[in-house]
Design a protein around this ligand. Structure first.
Ligand SMILES: Cc1cc2nc3c(=O)[nH]c(=O)nc-3n(C[C@H](O)[C@H](O)[C@H](O)COP(=O)(O)OP(=O)(O)OC[C@H]3O[C@@H](n4cnc5c(N)ncnc54)[C@H](O)[C@@H]3O)c2cc1C
Ligand code: SF4
Length: 508
């Protein structure tokens, strides 16, 4: 009987991953590789590449120190052929192995590649369930079966019941409500003191990776330095514990707030760690629930946070696998406009966009409302190309993998799936951004002006978007009041709004 290769992908850095279960340190080979194909299918942010390579190298060393036989191929190693398939082929020959065990990949593209191995390489390929999630693809499909609409809230309630999280003794939701979002929409007071972000010092392994990224990926988007990501499980756990300790109590209240120069606020900043396997959802939920039970954090904060991890994250992944591969080609509004250059250099007069893109460039991070209600909102209103917007979001964030990026972009911000994920488009005028942030104070445009050269572009773009897409949206009952108010407006004002929007879009 030949040897078994256990192939660990770069986002599967979990010691408890299914492909490692029953691995025999005396016989099996743990195989990991850094390949060009994965770094270049989109030109990822420099920090994202550095984070993943460093975390992979640390993970491989941890496995070695546990006694496993690890074969790790570095990117710039002689003979690296640049793709998963060709590197696997070389490894199979090196080790005279006949069998590969792998955990179900996070992305459809990679799954297709994995599925081709058996025939191409003449080996047995065992694909195991991805146990980095709490729900399986089959469970989601079962839940979705026969439903008219797939609403995250109902999926979330089912997950709460199934996993017994924040449930009271009678089987109802803790505190009597499923959702405390009404308490969670406060802007940030000027006087509030913000906790300092948890940062980590680069060790020799990270320094080497940083030099590699500097040399090989200099033409990629984003700032490589300062680099202070967690790159091991121990560090990621420290980041999580500090979030629970310092930020979780205020997470709910200020979840939607934005402040110039303050990118991190009360968010957890764990998505890159969670999506790469350094952290797992069960431990995160357990710690958050415990913080509530211990009286450390209020229910609105803990429920709000748990909804993100147990609800949104699992739902988004379920949607991805349920609707792929068609989902990738959805374009409900036929949006085609080219992505403006300022998405890469933040050089725009719109201060909200400038700040959010600048912070994205610096940190490979923006929090949810920046991604959704500023950048995403602009992409929707301006009718930017679905393909280009998806590519941008996949490039710029350290936590981005297609399974989570695509439904958030195609479904949540662009409504390009025609309402499979969201019941109405997340479209808003400048007044929402003004309410939730201090961006408008330093903007060359005036948020209170609706038309004219100085008017906030979000104001006229909002109405122009609704007008442009009236045929497709008017029957949506959640928009009926808005369309009624548009109909009642003076035809001269409507004309000016449309002219202002046309001019702005032309100048893009
Ligand atoms: C257009 C757009 C693109 C996005 N792209 C990504 C992406 O590529 N990768 C990614 O992990 N998240 C993505 N998100 C979701 C969300 O914005 C990020 O998970 C979050 O900002 C990460 O920061 P945090 O860890 O501080 O999150 P917190 O605000 O502290 O939330 C806690 C956790 O909840 C989970 N979560 C919250 N909302 C979502 C969501 N909508 N979908 C999936 N998980 C969620 C994340 O794991 C997150 O770490 C996107 C959202 C939008 C609107
Ligand atoms: S005025 Fe408009 S463009 Fe300027 S920051 Fe406010 S919302 Fe953004």
């Amino acid at each position: 009987m030949g040897k078994t290769l256990r192939f660990i992908l770069g986002d599967q850095l979990s010691h408890k991953i299914s492909s490692l279960k029953d691995a025999d340190p005396n016989k099996d080979i743990i195989f990991m590789c850094e390949v060009w194909d994965e770094t270049r299918y989109v030109k990822h942010h420099k920090k994202k590449i550095a984070f993943l390579f460093s975390a992979m190298r640390h993970f491989a060393n941890e496995l070695k120190s546990k006694g496993y036989n690890v074969d790790y191929v570095q990117l710039d190693e002689d003979g690296n052929t640049g793709s998963f398939t060709s590197e696997l082929e070389r490894a199979l020959k090196r080790h005279k192995a006949e069998e590969v065990i792998i955990t179900f990949p996070g992305e459809y593209r990679v799954l297709e590649e994995v599925k081709s191995w058996s025939e191409k390489l003449g080996i047995y390929v065992g694909i195991r369930d991805d146990d980095r999630f709490l729900s399986t693809r089959e469970e989601f499909a079962e839940w979705a079966e026969g439903r008219k609409g797939l609403t995250m809230e109902y999926f979330y309630r089912e997950m709460r019941r199934k996993h017994d999280i924040l449930m009271d003794k009678n089987g109802g939701p803790e505190g009597g409500e499923w959702n405390y979002d009404k308490q969670n929409r406060e802007p940030l007071p000027d006087s509030i003191e913000l906790p300092v972000k948890t940062m980590f010092q680069a060790d020799d392994i990270t320094e080497n990776v940083l030099r590699l990224v500097e040399k090989k990926f200099n033409d990629h988007f984003g700032d490589l330095y300062p680099f202070n990501f967690a790159v091991t499980r121990a560090e990621a756990l420290r980041a999580l514990n500090r979030f629970i300790e310092e930020r979780l109590p205020c997470f709910g209240k200020y979840q939607d707030a934005m402040k110039e120069g303050k990118p991190f606020l009360f968010h957890s900043h764990i998505s890159a760690y969670l999506n790469s396997g350094l952290l797992t959802p069960d431990e995160i939920l357990e710690k958050a629930e415990k913080a509530y039970k211990d009286g450390h954090a209020p229910l609105n904060a803990v429920e709000g946070f748990i909804r993100q991890v147990l609800g949104w994250r699992e739902f988004i992944r379920g949607m991805y696998w349920h609707f792929m591969p068609d989902y990738e080609h959805k374009n409900f509004f036929h949006a085609q406009r080219k992505l403006p250059d300022f998405f890469w250099d933040a050089n725009t007069k719109m201060n909200c966009m400038k700040q959010c893109i600048k912070e994205t460039k610096e940190n490979a991070y923006a929090h949810h409302i920046q991604r959704l209600m500023v950048i995403g909102n602009f992409c929707l209103l301006a009718g930017l190309s679905v393909e280009e917007v998806n590519e941008w979001y996949l490039i710029v964030y350290a936590d981005a993998y297609q399974w989570v990026e695509l439904p958030n972009v195609t479904g949540m911000i662009l409504y390009a799936d025609g309402g499979l994920l969201a019941s109405k488009p997340y479209a808003a005028s400048g007044s929402y951004i003004n309410k939730m942030s201090d961006y408008c104070k330093n903007c060359e445009y005036k948020v209170t002006e609706k038309t004219g050269e100085d008017a906030c572009p979000f104001n006229y773009l909002y109405w122009d978007f609704l007008d442009r897409n009236e045929k497709k949206l008017k029957s949506n009952h959640r928009l009926s009041m808005i369309y009624k108010s548009w109909e009642k407006r003076d035809s001269g004002i409507k004309k000016t709004i449309k002219e202002d929007a046309a001019k702005f879009l032309e100048d893009l």
